[in-house]
Ligand binder design. Structure first.
Ligand code: ADP
Ligand code: MG
Length: 383
């Protein structure tokens, strides 16, 4: 297969008055055999990005490359990419075999080769016994497998997936997701995969690109994007419950830098203090994941420099853990992901103890930069 790249791609829709910048100076390179997942909220430009690679829309600026060649002027049918959607788009009057064979027939592939390739793909997808059925005789998961099969049987250079699992129920989604990942690895399918589902993105991607407003906010291996978010948008988008964001200010000097909020001062550990030392006096947002917060009853011994008083409003059990929702004394919300054994604690005063070693510090604003990171390095694979 081939690599695929978008280089400084911008797509503007509309005329003189009503312009929408759907994709804004986007650069991504998917290596041969790699799976990159674009994840972001609805409307952030994911589908448009795929359509630009497929050639269904034309770039306003920048270039699309497939296998190292610029394809801006190449017609969609000559780009040798396969696009798989959520709404399968199977031919209702054809059998599964007919659907799988259709693209090859159109390309005048010899009959024996067609039946051999269809058989191979049907085996790969575990749908051999379904080949004489029509789409309406299949379950949602089976239809989605046929849609994957129809793309794979063509042996394209690049696979483009647009939320292909969105209409499956939660259990099936996880099952088909694992199957897709295994096939993608086994066949070395160069893939650009789009979803709004953070879990799907983390599970499927060799690398994950988090998008907002037509721009890539951060791209990297899933663990890295999760553990070292470049900004507050990325930090808030990945992880459930969402990361806690506490508004406050940096105070102190030298070795003793603190984060002040709700009338208290948390003492920053040396790693954070070093990053924050030259910014004391500035307003900042402390980011802390819910599983790094622990609600302790007042009686227990607490580290006063890493905790603050809070009042529990409610909690919910999710079987294996419990989410505890509380307010700091200034009304800011804080969520803790606790052991299921924690029990009901509504309307109780507690201490929220935070693991500051794992905290992030963001500049103010919805997409404020994470100053706890060393300067964010651009992934070399994308240049
Ligand atoms: P996503 O797939 O991430 O939900 P899209 O790529 O579909 O987002 O859309 C990105 C933005 O571009 C949205 O604001 C959408 O309304 C706009 N858009 C998409 N296609 C068109 C079009 N053909 N004409 C005008 N605006 C469009
Ligand atoms: Mg879309």
């Amino acid at each position: 297969m081939a690599s695929v790249a978008l280089r400084n791609v911008t797509k503007v829709f509309g005329g003189r008055r009503n312009t929408v910048v759907a994709v804004d100076d986007l650069t991504i390179r998917v290596a041969d055999g790699e799976m990159v997942v674009l994840v972001g909220p609805s409307g952030c430009g994911k589908t448009t990005t795929l359509r630009l690679v497929a050639g269904l829309d034309r770039v306003t600026a920048g270039h699309v490359e497939i296998g190292g060649c610029v394809v801006d002027a190449v017609a969609p049918k000559d780009r040798d990419v396969a696009l798989v959607f959520q709404d399968y788009a199977l031919y209702p009057h054809l059998t599964v075999y007919g659907n799988l064979a259709f693209g090859l027939k159109m390309r005048r592939t010899p009959k024996p080769e067609i039946s051999q390739r269809v058989a191979e793909v049907a085996r790969l997808l575990g749908i051999e016994e379904l080949q004489q059925r029509k789409p309406h005789e299949l379950s949602g998961g089976q239809r989605q497998r046929v849609a994957f099969g129809r793309a794979i049987v063509r042996r394209p250079q690049v696979f483009l997936f647009d939320e292909p699992l969105a209409s499956l129920d939660a259990q099936l989604r996880v099952k088909v997701r694992l199957e897709l990942r295994r096939m993608q690895r086994d066949l070395g399918m160069t893939s650009l995969y789009v979803t709004h589902d953070q879990h799907e993105a983390m599970a499927l991607g060799d690398r994950v690109a988090v998008m907002a407003d037509g721009r890539v906010q951060q791209i990297g291996p899933p663990e890295e994007v999760f553990e070292r978010p470049a900004n507050r948008f990325v930090a808030g988008f990945l992880g459930t419950p969402r990361m806690n964001f506490l508004n406050g200010a940096l105070v102190g000097a030298g070795d003793s830098v603190g984060f002040e909020f709700a009338g208290r001062r948390l003492s920053l550990p040396s790693r954070l203090a070093a990053r924050a030392a030259n910014r004391t006096g500035e307003r900042m947002v402390l980011g802390i994941r819910p599983d790094r917060v622990e609600m302790k009853s007042v009686a227990c011994g607490v580290d006063a420099e890493a905790s603050f008083p809070a009042r529990v409003l409610m909690s919910e059990t999710l079987g294996d853990h419990r989410n505890v929702y509380a307010h700091a004394s200034d009304g800011q919300e804080v969520v803790a992901k606790m052991s299921a054994a924690f029990g009901e604690l509504a309307e109780r005063d507690v201490w929220a103890a935070v693991d500051l070693e794992q905290a992030a510090l963001f500049e103010p604003g919805e997409d404020g930069a994470n100053i706890a990171l060393e300067s964010y390095e651009v992934d070399a694979r994308d240049t």
